[in-house]
Design a protein around this ligand. Structure first.
Ligand code: PMP
Length: 369
């Protein structure tokens, strides 16, 4: 007997919220990355061997349980010199940004964003009813402190600052961040310290003193755990209480939770990786200077380089030579600029060979550009 065809459903597509209708889908260019990955500012090598050991010991039975975040939050808080209620673990900093925006941004609120900066602030802001107020840096891409202060209004609700910033590599000083926190006491100041280890300066201690400061950290960069999705928010208990209402209790999975304590304990691995990257950055800067390519000073594990009108061809040639780099031309004020992640010295030697070939092929550098 043949089954009767299901009754046709009236052809109406349920509509999402208006804001969602005007959002664009964001697709980071992640395809075919089995090459030298100098495109996403990840650790280009590996995580600590101690993390691998812990991962190897996880049993099938361990995976049957829901993840419990709190004990690991206590360990992380102690590591940061904070109390457990001041720290929330998240599924990468991306979730931290998303949750913070969902917690605080309402219709009519303003999100102040120095640009160019990390793309996901704008993506998550576009899902809210708040108004995005970009504050464009000057050509030197230094932190636009005066313009930012001038843009603060009574409606400013969040000020999001990546420190060091991406793609520029520039930094805001502790004094500047303090000035902003004091000038906007009615707003949350988010300081995203994703690249903290390469800079070495932090304001995370200030969350004990400032009622409106929230600091984000990630385990995707120096720690080499981008695939596990681990980040955190640290802030005053009064703010974190609201954040926890919005945060999913299970968004940080049990593999990530198991790996976090050994990752934190192995500080010698982080020290080694960071010093390797800083040496490689120094050498790579010299190679860029020798090639007469304009670059911006960087306090992170990447450098922004001015390639000019042939930026897309440059990225293509680098890929053909086995090196992935990231075209940032569509970022505000970044036309013709390409961001290159810094890996180990050995990896960067390969990058310099590819760079010099691309420069010769495209006749880049100095007057020729
Ligand atoms: N913040 C900044 C400034 C970043 O550059 C990045 C990653 N590129 C992130 C946050 C995202 O970190 P996570 O992998 O923890 O989501």
């Amino acid at each position: 007997m043949t089954e009767a065809a299901p009754e046709a459903v009236t052809a109406i597509t349920p509509a999402p919220r208006l804001r969602v209708q005007s959002m664009k889908e964001y697709h980071p260019p992640l395809g075919n990355r089995d090459l030298l990955r100098l495109d996403f500012n990840e650790n280009t090598l590996a995580c600590s061997p101690r993390v691998r050991e812990v991962l190897g010991r996880i049993s099938a039975g361990d995976l049957t349980r829901y993840p419990e975040r709190e004990p690991v939050e206590t360990i992380v808080a102690a590591h940061l010199g904070l109390a457990a209620p001041q720290v929330a673990l998240t599924n990468g900093v991306d979730e931290a940004i998303h949750v913070l925006f969902e917690t605080f941004l309402e219709a009519g609120d303003e999100l102040l964003l120095p640009v160019p900066t990390y793309t996901m602030y704008e993506v998550y802001a576009s899902a809210t009813d708040a108004h995005l107020v970009p504050v464009l840096a000057a050509d030197d891409l230094q932190f636009p402190i005066e313009r930012l202060i001038a843009a603060i209004t009574p409606r400013t609700k969040i000020i999001a600052i990546a420190n060091p910033n991406s793609p520029s590599g520039s930094v805001a000083s502790r004094a500047q961040l303090l000035q902003i926190a004091h000038r906007a006491p009615h707003a949350v100041l988010l300081v995203d310290e994703a690249y903290f280890h390469f800079h070495g300066e932090t304001v995370i201690d200030l969350v004990r003193a400032l009622p409106n400061l929230v600091v984000a950290r990630t385990f995707s960069k120096a720690y080499g755990l981008a695939g596990l999705r681990l980040g955190l928010l640290a802030g005053p208990v009064e703010l974190m209480r609201w954040v926890r209402r919005v945060l999913s209790p299970y968004s940080v999975n049990s593999l990530a939770l198991a790996c976090l304590p050994p990752a934190l304990e192995d500080s010698s691995y982080i020290d080694w990786y960071v010093s390797e990257v800083l040496r490689a950055r120094h050498d790579f800067e010299a190679a860029l200077d020798a090639a007469k390519l304009r670059r911006w000073p960087s306090c992170a594990n990447f450098i922004l380089v001015d390639i000019g009108p042939q930026h897309a061809e440059f990225v293509r040639l680098m890929r053909a030579a086995g090196v992935l780099v990231r075209d940032r031309s569509s970022d505000p004020g970044c036309d013709g600029r390409v961001r290159i992640t810094i890996g180990t010295r050995e990896q960067m030697q390969q990058a310099v060979l590819a760079l010099n070939e691309a420069i010769a092929a495209l006749k880049l550098g100095g007057e020729a550009q």
